[in-house]
Design a protein around this ligand. Sequence first.
Ligand code: IPE
Ligand code: IPE
Ligand code: MG
Length: 258
Amino acid sequence: MAIFASSTTDVPLTSAVPRHVAIIMDGNGRWANKRLMPRIAGHHRGVDTVRGTVKCCLERGIEYLTLFAFSSENWRRPPEEVSLLMQLFVRVLQEEVTRLARNGVCLRVVGDLGRFDPHLQSLIRASERRTATNDRLILTVAANYGGRWDILQALNRMLKEHPEKRDHWDEEDLTLYLSMHFAPEPDLFIRTGGEQRISNFLLWQLAYSELYFTETLWPEFDARAFDAALTWYQQRERRFGRTSEQLAPRLPEMSSKC
Ligand code: IPE
Ligand code: IPE
Ligand code: MG
């Protein structure tokens, strides 16, 4: 049984504060280039922004934060940058998990982790285990993640485990096998760094998310910038296919005596 409403088979309940925020953290390299620093310096500053964003989510009662840290296409970058990013990932896990655990954050990592160094893989699994019982904020990091990979791995596992359902799969069957099966669909998607594209992020889950793009580079995306995105989100009318009239609260009927 799926735990969360699908935006296409049901109309999900919405509220002023998004339940799930998913972010493409883009612009680290440009931030560093502007300062004549190596790109990796931008990634280091980006980690500070991650810390600040987690704090914001905890303070504002956001339940799920999903961060795109490394895409399945990022292997195409120069080997030196990839290797430095992997080292940074290891360091961040070693240094930040205690703080996350103390703050009630449950850390999950989604993606095709098999391509990572075994040491990194075991560090990921250990960090997940250490925070597994926390539920104040579910922080998901997408690493070697691609939306197409996710849909394909889900399809393959579903077909293998339930070949008897061959002719009558439905949405719910598939979503149970997707990497983000433990979370509702994102209410708010944010991409920093000025590009207006999805870059193979949560292709299935973004069906009805509100899409917010900002020029702000990820290392500069502070609490104010995050709040601007939340304020923008509050002004959206989430119709899920319906009309505005259907959403407007009905005025009380006028008495015939007036
Ligand atoms: C995003 O910043 C971080 C990763 C993809 C790991 P970029 O490294 O893409 O920064 P820009 O887009 O080159 O500025
Ligand atoms: C998307 O950023 C992936 C991450 C932030 C991890 P990119 O910088 O790799 O995206 P493109 O290549 O500009 O689309
Ligand atoms: Mg980029």
